[in-house]
Design a protein around this ligand. Structure first.
Ligand SMILES: [Fe+2]
Length: 327
């Protein structure tokens, strides 16, 4: 198997632009994942975010995690745990409205660094969406517009996680296998403690830790939006891919995953420009409001995505997707 795709984004500005675009296309079609270096977010800002995230975990999260482990008896389990993950998390929302000022226990410098980091990640996400449009032959801004919905904003947030050392890594996952519900996911992961794996051709493949890189993956919404009937056998042109985090016996894994998702009222369906006319009546993918998909996903995250798409199709036939009220 060829190696995990690592893409140097700075090469978009030089002679290697077309080969770099080709690498992004190949990664989207065949991996659903890639790792970016020289992506424009400064090493200094990433170092600050990492330092403050690790400090915050030690100060505010570690004790709480230990109490959770003790209360559920996770240190001494004898059989596989299938309803819990070995992770400590909190969630920051940036768009449509930031909740950073409401999160308790965050030092002021940490709030400031996370706000700055989120702005940079948002810019990068929009740049990447345009690169995907270019590779697909869609007009510039197509995905951004699709994600903005009537209210004019994507949903954008960051899940800050730590995966502490685990005494029973064969019996509990750091995070159970799933595909991501949303659009584009940009992950700043620990450069020393690994654990993230994706499913490729039936095999779990490690996503290599690499300093100052960002791991990008595609969520279910990009699979729906890029559906093309040329790809009728394999369904979506671009795929959201199953991934998981293994718990590790040593080391604490930091994971800062930012989700650039459609707005709650955005209507998601295959881009008409990618769907051949003669086959328009063959509908493999649904048309739905993103918020409805998220309600369904909340209960079915750790299951295959296909039944979710089927459920949205069934819902589509019972609701009217006319103009969406904006109030
Ligand atoms: Fe995920």
């Amino acid at each position: 198997m060829e190696g995990f795709p690592v893409i140097d984004l700075s090469k978009l500005n030089g002679d290697e632009r077309s080969s770099t675009m080709e690498m992004i296309k190949d990664a989207c079609e065949n991996w659903g994942f890639f790792e970016l270096v020289n992506h424009g977010i400064t090493p200094e800002l990433m170092d600050t975010v990492e330092r403050l995230t690790k400090e915050h975990y030690r100060k505010c999260m570690e004790q709480r995690f230990k109490e959770m482990v003790a209360s559920k008896g996770l240190e001494a389990v004898q059989s596989e745990v299938s309803d819990l993950d070995w992770e400590s998390t909190f969630f920051l929302r940036h768009l449509p409205e930031s909740n950073i000022s409401e999160i308790p226990d965050l030092e002021e410098d940490y709030r400031k660094a996370m706000k700055e980091f989120a702005l940079e990640v948002e810019k990068l996400a929009e740049q990447l969406l345009d690169l995907l449009c270019e590779n697909l032959g869609l007009e510039k801004g197509y995905f951004k517009k699709a994600f903005y919905g009537c209210k004019g904003s994507p949903t954008f947030g960051t899940k800050v996680s730590n995966y502490p050392p685990c005494p029973k890594p064969d019996l509990i996952k750091g995070l159970r296998a799933h595909t991501d519900a949303g659009g584009l996911i940009l992950l700043f992961q620990d450069d020393k403690v690994s654990g993230l794996q994706l499913l490729k051709d039936g095999q779990w493949v490690d996503v290599p830790p690499m300093k100052h890189s960002l791991v990008i993956n595609l969520g279910d919404q990009l699979e729906v939006l890029t559906h093309s009937l040329q790809e009728v056998i394999t369904n979506g042109k671009y795929k959201s891919v199953m991934h998981r985090v293994l718990a590790q016996p040593d080391g604490n894994r930091m994971s800062i995953a930012s989700f650039y998702n459609p707005g709650s009222d955005a209507v998601i369906y295959p881009a008409p420009a990618l769907v051949e006319k003669e086959a328009e009546d063959i509908q493999l993918y649904p048309k739905f409001v993103f918020e409805d998909y998220m309600k369904l996903y909340a209960g079915l995250k750790f299951q295959a995505k296909e039944p979710r798409f089927e459920a949205m199709k069934a819902m589509e036939s019972t609701v009217n997707l006319g103009p969406i009220a904006t109030v």
